[in-house]
Design a protein around this ligand. Structure first.
Ligand code: PEP
Length: 254
């Protein structure tokens, strides 16, 4: 598939898998995806498996991501993980502001913006998640909701930092529900997000930002979604927990 930006497909394993299970999955993925060069493939295990998975993907084309991070550095922040701690395990990406964290941990756009700045400060690439709920879509306010999230979650970042940020558009109603946005619905919001980025930092920056789609991505809908001009990859939950489905999503996207 000829794309303006290199696709990035990330697996968000959420709160799943023991260390042994994580190692088994990543060994299978290494084998299955060894020849893939056209897509940046990222796996995001639980914190407890980062060290083991980091060693298991050495010298491979698979990159490592974390699912969250504290907004401070080292210090008296009980229970938090500092950006520098992730760097110890060669983590390259960090998912920020996933809708589950926005919902259950009440994460605000302002907090996500502080985390995104901290990630860039440590040379980690943030994957910043945005997306509307079903009620918001039905009320016809998808665009203003997403615009507020984008502007709030990227507040204070420089143009260079925004350019290196990955955005994941994940309609909340499509996450883990089996309901996927149609490719047209996804493209419409992705194009809208790119327009917001143009307004913030100009056309050249906006054109370089990769915008992933997330929400029940499966092997059978990946190609159609990835073929949309402003869809630059996928953030995959459920289907990333099993080698066959994740590997097929990657292969079907090429
Ligand atoms: C997610 O949690 O980021 C996600 C997209 O989940 P799923 O693929 O299971 O809908």
């Amino acid at each position: 598939m000829d794309k303006e930006r290199k696709l990035i497909i990330a697996g968000n394993w959420k709160c799943n898998k023991t260390v042994a299970e994580s190692l088994a999955l990543v060994a299978d993925l290494r084998r299955e995806l060894a020849a893939v060069k056209e897509v940046d493939v990222v796996v995001c295990p639980a914190f407890t498996a980062l060290e083991s998975v980091s060693k298991a993907i050495l010298d491979s084309n698979i990159r490592l991501g974390a699912q969250n991070m504290g907004d401070n550095g080292y210090g008296a922040f009980t229970g938090e993980i500092a950006p520098g701690m992730l760097k110890e395990f060669s983590v390259g990406y960090v998912i920020l502001g996933h809708s589950e964290r926005r919902q259950f941990q009440k994460e605000s756009d302002a907090l996500i913006a502080r985390k995104a700045a901290a990630a860039h400060g440590a040379n980690l690439i943030p994957i910043v998640c945005v997306g509307e709920t079903l009620a918001e879509r039905e009320a016809g306010i998808t665009n203003p909701v997403v615009e507020t999230q984008i502007k709030g979650s990227l507040a204070g970042l420089s143009a260079e930092q925004v350019e290196r940020t990955v955005i994941a558009y994940e309609p909340v109603w499509a996450i883990g529900t089996g309901k996927t946005a149609t490719s047209a619905q996804a493209q419409e919001v992705h194009a809208f997000i790119r327009g917001v980025l143009v307004g913030l930092h100009g056309d050249a920056v906006a054109r370089r930002v990769r915008i992933q789609y997330g929400g029940s991505v499966k092997p059978n809908n990946a190609r159609e979604l990835m073929s949309q001009p402003d869809v630059d990859g996928a953030l995959v939950g459920g289907a990333s927990l099993e080698v066959r489905s994740f590997a097929d999503i990657v292969k079907n996207s090429i």
